[in-house]
Design a protein around this ligand. Structure first.
Ligand SMILES: NC(=O)c1ccc[n+]([C@@H]2O[C@H](COP(=O)([O-])OP(=O)(O)OC[C@H]3O[C@@H](n4cnc5c(N)ncnc54)[C@H](O)[C@@H]3O)[C@@H](O)[C@H]2O)c1
Length: 367
């Protein structure tokens, strides 16, 4: 189906108060060429969801009725149905998930609930809501499912994950994401639901919760704390600036073929320890802290159980077929990211103190 046939009038974004979701909402409203519709951000606001990240968007686009926030759980079918009806949803971009591998090792249940059952609930509500009078599902609608390269397992020193790589998830997180990917594709094949899917490598950028590697390290450097590195520090990840991920998702929404998967990656592989050394140089320069002093805080810690060694994405399909490419170099992206954390101490303080959770309760009540 071509771009012009897709509606994009009322886009339901799940998990829009999280790291990538909030960046994507900003991108759609402020940068995406040709989008003039409404965004409905549905988020249950777990520890990782922070609707204060979008306070300026809510003030500006809430007033012009292009942005709406709905506090709720994607596993709550009645609630999800009511949102589809209330806003006449024609597009879903599904980011909501439990997303941290370490947390999935400590407590996998929440991952199965949100990532598997939540995705199932959204798909099933979309299937029922988008059914036309003749029983067929309307094809101008779109369900874009956001997933990860971690579903493909771990690589040795060579090779890349392509869209044809068999799934081999190794952590409860990646297993739950793999299940959700299979469900999304099953809804496409079985019911004809218009689904596109993307598997992306590690993102970094503004608004990322400081439990993930890059923001955790930046904040620990600024606060003179230890810099914990798993194992020998030589695990490799492929890093992509979040804005490039946003543009890739928007490209797939416009031009991607229904029932197809697209890999998105940075073509930017780094060993954790080497990445850390680049980050130390940037933070040292920008914050005026001695680089050797920061380096002295590197502390090797016991490896994560089942830690995948290397991820690397072959993203030639989305480049070739849809014309997307990365635009932000790693150095540039890291500089923007460090600048953002330096310029936003109140966002960090709110997260650290838990103030944003009190704010959520005051504004939205318990859910
Ligand atoms: N961060 C990465 O590097 C990366 C890479 C590839 C893919 N992804 C995928 O991108 C998506 C977003 O990742 P992120 O890093 O922004 O995650 P995040 O943890 O920062 O945000 C997740 C958001 O989902 C919300 N949420 C969780 N459970 C919910 C539920 N039951 N109902 C409604 N909302 C719920 C949270 O409140 C939060 O706002 C995820 O699907 C993740 O698997 C992330």
């Amino acid at each position: 189906m071509s771009r012009n046939m897709r509606a994009f009038k009322n886009i339901l974004i799940t998990g829009g108060a999280g790291f990538i979701g909030c960046n994507f909402i900003r991108f759609l409203l402020e940068k995406a060429d040709g989008f003039s519709g409404r965004i409905i951000n549905l988020d249950v606001l777990t520890y990782a969801g922070n609707s204060m990240s979008l306070a300026d968007i809510e003030a500006h686009y809430g007033a012009s009725r292009r942005y709406f926030f709905e506090h709720g759980d994607i596993c709550d079918r009645a609630f999800v149905e009511s949102i589809f009806k209330k806003y006449d949803i024609d597009t879903v971009v599904h980011f909501a998930a439990e997303s941290h591998v370490d947390r999935s090792i400590l407590g996998p249940e929440a991952f199965i609930k949100t990532n598997v059952m939540g995705t199932f609930t959204l798909l099933d509500v979309a299937r029922n809501t988008w059914k036309a009078a003749d029983g067929n599902i309307r094809q101008d609608a779109l369900f874009h499912h956001i997933s990860t390269d971690e579903v493909y397992g771990s690589l040795g020193d060579t090779g890349f994950f392509t869209e044809a790589t068999p799934y081999d998830p190794r952590s409860p997180y990646s297993a739950s994401k793999a299940s959700s990917d299979h469900l999304a594709m099953a809804y496409s094949h079985t019911y004809g639901l218009p689904v596109t899917l993307s598997n992306c490598s590690n993102n970094y950028g503004p608004y990322q919760f400081p439990e993930k590697l890059i923001p955790l390290m930046i904040l620990n450097m600024l606060e003179g704390k230890a810099l914990p590195v798993y194992g020998d520090g030589k695990n490799i990840r492929d890093w992509l600036y979040v804005e490039d991920h946003n543009a890739a998702v928007w490209t797939i929404m416009q031009k991607g073929a229904s029932g197809k998967t697209y890999n998105i990656g940075g073509e930017n592989e780094w060993e954790n320890i080497k990445l850390l050394n680049v980050l130390i140089d940037i933070v040292s320069k920008k914050a005026g802290i001695d680089a050797d002093k920061i380096r002295g805080a590197i502390t090797y810690v016991k490896d994560r159980p089942g830690h995948d060694r290397r991820y690397a994405i072959d993203c030639s399909k989305i480049k070739r077929e849809l014309g997307w490419k990365q635009t932000v170099s790693f150095e540039e992206g890291l500089e923007h990211t460090v600048d953002w954390y330096l310029a936003n101490p109140s966002w960090i303080e709110n997260i650290r103190s838990g103030e944003y959770q009190h704010w959520i309760k005051r504004n939205y009540g318990e859910r």
